[in-house]
Design a protein around this ligand. Structure first.
Ligand code: SAM
Ligand code: SF4
Length: 332
């Protein structure tokens, strides 16, 4: 089926689906997971690979063109490559990619490549080993750094995602920019969002895009904006002369809700039309209740019609607080 059959009250249509395959993670990033008490979802609640693939086909039939597999940490789910392989075969899907913390990427890279994956986003918030442990709870900097090279050597398109938090890692913005300039990785700086399980978010912890650009221009090199696709959350820039790419995801300082073309599926089978809404639309119940594909399609379309305006509406209503959702449970 060509085109999208989903539209919402703000005239948006989704083309990208993020599938969170697990809420489990082998890291405890301070900006994502609860730091104290938490429990994982029971395994019986988690969608099987067959269920995920069936739903992904339904979404592609509804106009989704790109799928990103995420989590929690997707690589902790056993035989994730079998899911990658099934998703990659869906007729009409134009791009499949995966977001990972990189800890297991080095050992999985060949399996993922054999399964057909060609694009990975690796999250890395610091280039300092001690700070890495302070942010993620794991002494894993060297493994993640090596996995970037492994993925590049295996021919993957590799992007680095860096969440910038004032008081934690904003002093490294220049070092990450140099990594993009000198080593050929696209580095995308993400503004810290109030989707933190431990509620440490505060407006003052957000380092806005303009401040990051100003630091890079002053201390590294001049930047030239690229022609950005408005629905792409990353505003891309090259360094003067065309070498190296950095991007900024200004979710808080310049929210891009009006051009949003993403929807999400949580690991327990909830359909999420916006990062900032509570997961309530239970497609797993329909799936396990024996509903036909066309009944599930109709339900998804009905839920999508109610997609809220987004964080921009929350900012306007002054209801912005820490911990609006837990990123590891909804899939970033
Ligand atoms: N575990 C994988 C990883 O870390 O890449 C995939 C899941 S993680 C939830 C997906 C992305 O969300 C990561 O790039 C992470 O840095 C980002 N993220 C998590 N919490 C965030 C927050 N509060 N604000 C902005 N980005 C966040
Ligand atoms: Fe795990 Fe990724 Fe969240 Fe870090 S950002 S705790 S690696 S899910």
């Amino acid at each position: 089926m060509a085109g999208s059959r989903l539209t919402d009250g703000f005239n948006r249509t989704p083309h990208k689906l993020r599938i969170s395959v697990t809420d489990r993670c082998n890291m405890r990033c301070i900006y994502c997971m609860p730091q104290k008490e938490f429990s994982w979802r029971p395994r019986s609640e988690i969608l099987s690979y067959e269920e995920i693939t069936r739903l992904a086909k339904i979404f592609v039939g509804l106009g989704i063109e790109k799928i990103r597999v995420t989590g929690g940490e997707p690589l902790v789910r056993p035989q994730i490559e079998t899911l990658i392989s099934s998703l990659g075969k869906i007729e009409g899907l134009k791009k499949l990619s995966l977001t990972t913390n990189g800890l297991l990427l080095g050992e999985k890279v060949d399996l993922l490549k054999d399964a057909g994956l060609r694009s990975v986003n690796v999250s890395l918030d610091t280039l300092n080993q001690d700070r890495f442990k302070a942010i993620t709870g794991i002494d894993g900097f060297k493994s993640v750094r090596a996995s970037l090279e492994d993925a590049k050597d295996a021919g993957f398109e590799v992007k680095i995602n860096t969440v910038v938090m004032r008081g934690h890692n904003e002093s490294e913005i220049e070092d990450f920019a140099k990594l993009a300039l000198n080593e050929g990785f696209t580095v995308r700086f993400i503004e810290f969002m109030p989707l933190d399980g431990s509620r440490i978010w505060d407006p003052s912890a957000v380092v806005p895009k303009h401040e990051m650009i100003e630091r890079i221009t002053r201390n590294v090199a001049e930047l030239e904006p690229q022609n950005n696709n408005p629905s792409d959350p990353a505003r891309l820039y090259t360094f003067k002369g065309g070498k190296g790419v950095v991007g900024f995801i200004p979710s808080m300082s310049e929210p891009f809700c009006s051009a949003c073309d993403r929807v999400r599926l949580t690991s327990d089978g909830k359909f999420l039309t916006c990062l900032f809404e509570q997961p309530t639309y239970d497609v797993k119940a329909l799936l396990r209740g024996g509903k036909l594909d066309k009944e599930i399609e109709a339900y998804i379309a009905e839920c999508y019609r109610m997609k809220p305006e987004g964080v921009v509406g929350i900012i306007r209503s002054k209801n912005l607080n820490a911990g609006l959702n837990k990123m590891n449970t909804i899939g970033g």
